[in-house]
Design a binder for this molecule. Structure first.
Ligand SMILES: [Fe+2]
Length: 350
């Protein structure tokens, strides 16, 4: 269950009306690329990322090969996004997979035993895009360690504030409690839902809107963050002790290009009596509401978000739990190749 915030006003449900994504942050992919991607996926044979690290390493390598099938426009757009970012710190690839006739039913679990048909093809294509940004990885404590994760509604997680939730997903960055959280996340839509608006807001816009005084508070290490429930069934990690121990900042980096660490549910003032810190978080959520961009993901689209420079969330949608629900695939990326190497290239971190 989602925890109620101890600080009224910090758990904004997001804006009623978000802006639409800047057309310059959108690439419409030529249909002709599709056949080449299918051929490369076929070459992956029966490879699957389960059940262990060795399988996942091979799976990620198949993903890297898929990048060769992506058209030049996608390579160019991702290279530009990597080097220069984008006004909203998001990049949308429209029509990457225009035909997915063999999708099968939306799974009823976040950890299906294996993917097949077009879901498997899409998983490899997503890894192709992810490979252009860095190294796909995940955590052992998250959805069985899968590096391609299933974002779909699960009845028992209906209001859990995780990928299995269908109620408003409040503003957050992915895995705020982890210092080694992803630099980018990429979402590929297999099956959409018209009410599910994916929303995002840049740290730069939030910083501007909260003003100098409250930005200074957000830059101070006076916040604590706890692991979200998506991780709590997993192994223990020292960073999970940060609630009440390590103090973290919400904003960091240069004012003109700030980084953000935020979670409306799991990040709080380290001192429960710190009213200024609570108010600064409230303002940050309001600023995200006021500056947000919204996009309803369509089947075959990939949305890439910079997890260091933007927060994201999603509006409520109706889940039926009958195999026809909204279904996304998600990949998380480490853009620091030296860090990835120093972790011995492990795809599923402890
Ligand atoms: Fe998320």
């Amino acid at each position: 269950m989602a925890q109620a915030s101890a600080y009224p006003g910090t758990d904004s449900a997001g804006p009623a009306q978000a802006r639409t994504l800047d057309p310059d942050a959108t690439v419409t992919v030529d249909r002709s690329a599709h056949a080449g991607l299918r051929a490369l996926a076929h070459d992956a044979g029966r490879a699957d990322e389960m059940p262990d690290e060795g399988a996942r390493a091979a799976w990620a390598e198949h993903g890297a090969v898929m990048a060769a099938g992506l058209p030049p426009d996608v390579h160019r757009a991702v290279a530009r996004f990597r080097a220069h970012g984008a006004p909203d710190e998001a990049l949308l690839l429209r029509g990457l997979l225009p035909d997915l006739p063999d999708l099968g039913l939306t799974p009823g679990t976040l950890t299906p035993s294996a993917v097949s048909g077009d879901a498997r093809f899409a998983a490899l294509a997503l890894l192709g895009v992810a490979s252009l940004l860095g190294e796909p990885f995940s955590f052992r404590s998250l959805y069985g360690g899968r590096i391609v994760q299933h974002v779909l509604p699960v009845e028992e997680h209906r209001v859990a504030q995780t990928s299995g939730d269908s109620t408003d997903l409040l503003w957050h960055v992915e895995d705020a409690h982890r210092p080694d959280r992803c630099h980018y996340l990429a979402l590929l839509c297999l099956r959409g839902a018209p009410e599910a608006v994916t929303q995002f807001a840049s740290a730069r816009a939030i910083r501007r809107m909260v003003g100098d005084r409250w930005a200074r508070v957000l830059r101070e290490p006076r916040f604590a963050v706890q692991p979200d429930t998506a991780h709590t069934n997993g192994v223990h990690h020292p960073s999970e002790d940060t609630g009440g121990e390590e103090k973290v900042c919400v904003l960091s980096g240069p004012d003109e290009d700030p980084r953000i660490r935020y979670d409306a549910i799991y990040l709080h003032p380290a001192d429960p009596g710190d009213r200024d810190a609570a108010y600064a978080l409230h303002l940050a959520a309001e600023a995200a509401d006021a500056t947000a961009v919204g996009h309803v993901l369509e089947p075959g689209e990939v949305l890439v978000l910079d997890n260091r420079r933007a927060v994201h969330g999603r509006t409520t949608f109706t889940a039926r739990y009958d195999g026809t629900d909204r279904w996304l695939l998600r990949a998380m990326v480490c853009a620091d190749l030296a860090a990835h190497r120093s972790r011995r290239g492990v795809r599923t971190l402890p």
